[in-house]
Design a protein around this ligand. Sequence first.
Ligand code: UD1
Ligand code: CA
Length: 482
Amino acid sequence: MSSEKVTAVILAAGLGTRMKSPRAKVLHELCGRPLVDFVIQAALSAGADDAVVVVGHQRQEVCAHLQDRFGVQVRTAVQDEQRGTGHAVRCAMPALTSDCKTALLLYGDTPLVLADDLARLVSRPDETLLSMLTCRLDEPHGYGRILRDEDGRIVAIREQRDATEGERKINEVNPGMYSVDANFLREALAALEPNNEQGELYLTDIIAMAAARAPIVSFDAAASTLGGINDRAQLATAEQTMHARIANRWRRAGVTIRGNARIDADVQLEPDACIEQGVVLRGQTRVCAGARVDVGCVLDDVVVDAGAYLKPYSVCSASHIGPNAQVGPLAHLRPDTKLGRGAKVGNFVETKNVVLHEGAKASHLSYLGDGEIGAGANIGAGTIFCNYDGFQKHRTVIGEGAFIGSDSQLVAPISIGDGAYVATGTTVTKDVPADGLAISRTRQENKEGYAKRLRGRLQAAKAAKDAKDAKDAKDAKDEASD
Ligand code: UD1
Ligand code: CA
């Protein structure tokens, strides 16, 4: 690392009382990722080399998540007691490496902040000590106000509680994002004192100290990108904004996305994929070039290869859909389903832990669990893999080009050889050799005229019953009126 190292310091020690949740606020999810990830990602994209996240409430969970997601690039520092934003940054300082030149100070609950705005902060001129974002609000209540001198230079930030009547009228506010010379920051934090209404260490007091030594650089940013998430209503609004951003980013990259499809943050799409109205794409889902995901599909951790077509309302998780394969409408692909090139799973088919090799088909109404289906095999309507004996799961293996007639039950463990044929309605309990035929049904018998005679008997029985019911009703009525 050069001496120009930038470290993001992200404050995330608060519990977030208004979320009304035992879970730390920054772990609540937005577009499928914990809130805190977004500001970290924005800081890294803006040029931060690494980050220190200040944790407090639920710190084990927050640390475990950050470690898992970012590895060594993101460290944590603990703030045991929340004694103010200045105290929180103090807690982070020991985790800054000695070569850190600039600290980029941010909050963990502001997921909509733009990397471009942070990049402007990071590119602070050498002779300055501090740059910050500002924004204008029609309703500035609650925010720290920006105090400027007659020449328009920032001289201090005044918190709402400590502000005079006149200062409260200022509508230029402090969103709480700063880029600060690391050496100056150490000195300034050491000098902070809790002489304010709340008895806290205010990070904002360093602004006056910096202003006394060098001009403060400020950039006006859009209020819509700076707000913190404090409750679930704000979370929902921010999520809408983020989903729209994600969709538009993919659209500009050549993906067709219609209507209100919801694409989560980690999803990958290739140019010329088509995502229809009402689709939900979650987790590590990836949709390749020319694939189409039709109306209402829900995909979680699914890879859809080039040219595949998911028809409406299919629900798939942890599965791989091969090139030009077809799924649905209304198919349910459960984890570890793998469809080879051109394979087909049709309506009302449920799959789990099963491979359909190239060109294999199960077009209607089946349960296919724990097995392997050879290339080009055809699974008839209503076929069931009886994979579970109440204690263990067993495998069904079907060879290439085999034909399974409709309404068959394959009682696992079982194997059907290449090119074998299972007659419609068969319950298969013994392995079927290659090119063999399995049939298990009683021989059909036709009885001439039997249906007509049966109908006559049944009609007579019904007429007798109706007559008896009418008589019983009449007797009961006569008795009541006696
Ligand atoms: C702070 C700013 C205020 C600014 C506002 C923008 C100060 C003194 N004031 O106000 O000028 O307009 O943010 O939202 O800095 N945190 C900790 N540990 C603490 C205190 C806070 O980690 O001891 C974290 C919180 O989890 C939160 C963030 O810092 O993410 C901001 O804290 P908060 O108490 O909301 O700051 P405000 O008083 O609203
Ligand atoms: Ca706040």
